[in-house]
Design a protein around this ligand. Structure first.
Ligand code: SF4
Length: 236
């Protein structure tokens, strides 16, 4: 098959996968709790190497004490660390959150800029966080959010051969219409949590089984998957 035809059939398969997942998860809101773009930015930074559930356990107290960028910028670092400690890597996260909020206050009037290149200059913010914030706070879609679930499922579904987020994101951006980039990510995250689990995917219960080259493979190519399957990293 020519490269062009291969890409076209992969695109069709990706769209069919998305259709099915949209039927399965018609409502798929962001699972982090937040009230403002600043709070979403902070919650997303906290979600690195941590479950959204755990982040949602600490953010009510965090946002009660420090509701906006100004409050976080001026917070006592030790208090910030104590509140976010359950999310892990709390010293680094507290430092990044405070440094990011200081930049928001100094350069953006306490608001989160709605531009990828500006977000990427904030401490603790890489493309994954920036994509989440742009999509959910501003409905701006400039990339595909690639978290641990999107990595694993996109690989298993044969839509990428890559294991690093940047290349996976590029592959997915080629396959999917821009308006569906966040639809794709959020639904893969839901499906990864419910069915296509890291260690024991429930292929018999999966609506994508007939489209998935990894369906019922008891022994997926572990060598290649080793960097996709999170060994110690809790699913987010
Ligand atoms: S068929 Fe299995 S490996 Fe493929 S997406 Fe579904 S659960 Fe995951």
């Amino acid at each position: 098959m020519s490269i062009v035809r291969k890409l076209a059939s992969k695109k069709q398969r990706a769209l069919e996968i998305l259709n099915r997942l949209q039927r399965l998860y018609p409502e798929a809101p962001c699972t982090l709790n937040y009230a403002t773009p600043v709070q979403l930015l902070v919650a997303t930074i906290l979600s690195a190497q941590c479950t959204d559930e755990r982040v949602n356990q600490v953010t009510p107290e965090l946002f009660r004490r420090f509701p906006d960028a100004v409050a976080i910028a001026n917070a006592d670092l030790a208090e910030l660390e104590a509140i976010i400690r359950p999310t892990g890597f709390y010293r680094n996260k507290a430092k990044n959150i405070q440094a990011a909020c200081r930049i928001l206050v100094q350069e953006y009037g306490g608001n989160v800029p709605a531009r990828m290149e500006k977000l990427l200059t904030l401490p603790g913010v890489a493309r994954k966080t920036a994509n989440v914030v742009l999509a959910h706070a501003y409905d701006i879609h400039v990339g595909v959010t690639v978290d641990t679930h999107v990595k694993r499922l996109s690989y298993r579904l044969g839509l990428t051969k890559h294991t690093d987020p940047l290349h996976i994101e590029r592959d997915l951006m080629r396959l999917l219409p821009q308006e569906d980039w966040e639809n794709w990510s959020i639904r893969l995250i839901y499906h990864g949590r419910a069915i296509c689990k890291a260690r024991n995917p429930l292929c018999d219960a999966c609506v994508l089984a007939d489209l998935c080259p990894s369906a019922n493979l008891m022994n997926p190519p572990q060598q290649e998957l080793s960097s996709v399957l999170p060994a110690q990293t809790p699913a987010t």
